[in-house]
Design a protein. Sequence first.
Length: 516
Amino acid sequence: MLLIKKLILLMGFLFLAPLMLQAQSFEICDNGIDDDGDTLVDCQDTDCSQRFIRSGNTLGNTSVNDIQLADLDNDGDLDSWHAEAVGHRVWINQGGIQVGEIGTFIDSGQDIGFITTSAIAIGDLDGDGDLDVYAANSGFDKVWINDGGVGIFVDSGQGFDFTFSTAIALGDVDGDGDLDAWVTNENGPGPTGSPADKLYFNEDAIFTDSGQSLGDDITEDVALGDLDGDGDLDAVVIGNNNFPNRIWLNAGGIQGGTQGDFFDSGQQLGFGSQSIVELGDLNGDGSIDAWISDFDADRITVWLNDGSASFSTSSQTFEVSGIRDVALGDLDGDGDLDAWIAIADNCTCDQSNRIYYNDGNANFVEFIQSDSEAQTGHVKLGDIDDDGDLDALLAQWIGLPNEVWLNGNPTITDLNGNGISDACEEYFFIRTDANGDGLTNIADPLAILNYLFLEGEIGCFKAADCNDDGGLNLADAVQGLIFLFYSNAPTPPAPFPICGGDPTGDILECESYNGC
């Protein structure tokens, strides 16, 4: 009998050996094997410790030209504004005053404009403490005012020059305490027949043209930041149709001129063609650097600032195609800026989003979010589920659902309040869902009883630990029954009623869970 068992094991090995030699594209966590052949096993591999998980929460399936995350109803959580192909849609996060599931969004039902909008920017434009919206349109730009701070928006009634606007950046460029607007324009007739950018000064949400000559390039994107470290906002403007990417310096501060007046620094950060720019301190030296992604050329360039608005390219190259958007943020909680790259290949939906993790010195390691194959046109980062880390909202093309992806690397605390890592939890779960079907009902305490007394199986002990005491026993079945049948029963401990990581460390495992 022993000889037969050995022969069976040998045959199994010979059958599986060719498959084992082919490295998997993704690390399988907690199995002690280097599945993807990168010499890193389980917790050592970023596939386990830095993975995002599709939440199942969607925000419609309409194609959008831009998205923004912001607290539109002033209740402490992030809502979302979608600039759709025609008109706008406001999605309200059901946490906060909504008293619902945080991270779940509901369409507010507002009818906001019927014009094609290229980009939106959100900020307190009228100084009343709530967030308003500037919409850059293929036509007249519009300002939408938050009425009463509850996420209901009304047209300010202000009209702007007819332009073909492509992007908008808000910032207090003239130092008077309110948000001004820099608007880029592409190939279309401005009021003088040129596609020159416009800088509008703000006074109580009334925007007036500064009258400045900001070149006559065809431009695609703009970002504001203090590039020369003198306390005022400068601009990086991205060209289109191979016009140069230019740095415009604010004449205030060390320049000795009038704050809010801009001049071309003469330095160019390459040439643009369907490109976007994001600004941030990428190498930790205290100055603002530039991440420029070029759609057409499938090119990413990191420009490092020496602190005086003099930029040089980093030595790193990036091999990625189908770039559509980028968002910078600290995705892994180590204090530096990482990058989420939205990918869309225009036809096959077989490419995945990329995350580039920063080592703190602007050296980036690529991580492919392998289960995100879609057509992602836009990405925004924010703490959507209010658990202390950055999540991602992805806006898709061609009628695919716009999705919320939750950060799978939360910082959590154990029962004694000590910070621990739950990074190698392969699965999120819903507490009390003992059978892993995504629902909470009578089948769950029965599954616990079946496990305790009839040798039944439970794939995720953490989910079955209804009272979150770190063990699985009869008290959990009783707790589940109380919650189901008593109206005044306390709500089960987190994560409940939506999927999440375990916020209290314990020895229980979660080997398999299908409910998220």
